[in-house]
Every structure is written in structure tokens, then in C-alpha cells.
Design a protein around this ligand. Sequence first.
Ligand code: PTJ
Length: 254
Amino acid sequence: MEIRHRIIEGHRKRVVATAGLLAHGRGEAFDYLIGEETNGWARKAAKAAVAAMLIAEHPVISVNGNACALVADDLVKLSRITGAPLEINLFYYHQEREDAILAALREVGAETVLGTADRPSTTIPELSSNRRKVDPDGIGRADLVLVPLEDGDRTEALRRIGKRVVTIDLNPMSRTAITAHITVVDNIVRALPLMVSIARELRGRTRADLERIVDEFDNESNLRGALEAIMDNLRSHAEGLDTQPDVALVAGEK
Ligand code: PTJ
């Protein structure tokens, strides 16, 4: 409930787009399906994601309204530890939203924030949404972009122009989840703090160690594992239903 409140409050402050409320609802449904906890697949993906960020030359963290409303503090921490600057990049762009997100990031200690209207901008080819506008010092020159809660078109566009794409998405069937190189299938409110603690643990490792972690990761089997976990959950719910016929009857009578 506290999480929902953060989104609603974010919407009131214009940090979250109206469509962000719908995206959050979809996320809640998938979170329920994965059991509202971080499973082993997500942990492994989070480790590979952080290792990839640490070995990238120019990693960047793309920030949208939902991510900012839910985990602004952890975004700033992850940015500091990995050296990946934060870039505001919005699907539903409005100057007021950019200002609100910038203020929210600053409130939790963000210093440099890229992608704002006062900065130079360049465009990602083959993309028509507002998100085609990127910062030349950020996503423009990045070799890796962390794009949590992303829309499929941009993930595809980023891949087409040769970026390594890391995402956090509760839906393992979304186009973003499938297109990204590394997909952490988990709620961003759990995934981000986990990535911060993994980053603290991995930052002292050798490049060879980090490369091995990334090389051993396979996103296809990761997504298959996430789907299996959902199916296992559904199966155990289906089995559990048989054991509580009285509860079901009482509920039905109301
Ligand atoms: O702030 P803006 O203008 O950039 O807009 C942001 C939204 C999220 C509205 C925009 O990117 C959008 O419409 O995204 P989609 O296409 O709805 O995709 C969002 C994905 O994130 C969906 O697959 C959701 O299941 C997933 N999702 C929602 N909440 C969470 C989540 N994944 C992880 N953690 C969540 N809390």
C-alpha cells in the first residue's frame, strides 16, 4: 500500500504520468504472479546487470516518472557507485514533469542530471516518440543503458543503434523484457536496493571476474525461468484452492 501511495503522490506532483498509473497497475498484477518476492532468477539477472554496468565505458541510467517516484534514492546511490549518470528521459514529456522529476532527484542528493531541456540534445534514429531525444553526453554516447519500466519501441531502437540494454520489468513477456540483453524480472522497489548492494560488493572485483559474470548470463533462460516461476506459483494457488472450499463459499454468499 505504501508503494501505491508513492505512485499516487508522484502523480499528484506530476512526476508520474497518468499512463504511469496504468503501468503500475499492470506491474502490481505481475508482482502478484511472481509471488511478490525476488526469486533466484531475478537475483542472478541483477548481478549480471550490475557487473555489465561496472565494466561499461559509458553506462547511463535512464529515469522516467515511475522509477523516480518509487526509487529516486536508490537510483542516485546506484549512479554514484557505478559511475553511471542519471538521464531524465520521458515518454510523456512535459516541461513541468521534467522539473518535478529533477526536483525529486535533487532532493535525494542527485548532482549532475542529464537530459534536461537546458542541455544539448540529439536524437535516436528510427524512433518517433518523445524518447527519441537524448543527451549527447548521456544516452547519446552510452555503450550501456539501464532502462527500467521501458516501452518496447525504444528498447528495440537502443539495441538497433548498438547499445547494451539492461532493464527491470515485472512482465517477462513484454517486448522490452525480450529485447533487452539483461532483464531483471522483479519489482523495481526490490530490484534497485538489491542492485545497490550488489554494486557495493562487486565494485572491487577484477574486470575478468565481472566479464565472467556477464558471459555466464543468458537472458533467454532467465526469462524462461521467470515464466516457470509464475507457472509454479499459479499451480500452487490452484492446488491451494481445493483446500479452502468453505472460505470460497462464504465469499460467494456475500
Ligand atoms: O514517465 P514516462 O512519461 O517516461 O512514462 C513511463 C511509463 C511507465 C508510463 C511508460 O514507459 C510506459 O507506458 O511503459 P509501459 O509500456 O506501460 O511499460 C511498463 C512496464 O513496466 C510494464 O511491462 C509493467 O509491467 C512494468 N512495471 C510496472 N511497474 C513496475 C514494473 N516493472 C518493475 N517494477 C515496477 N514497479
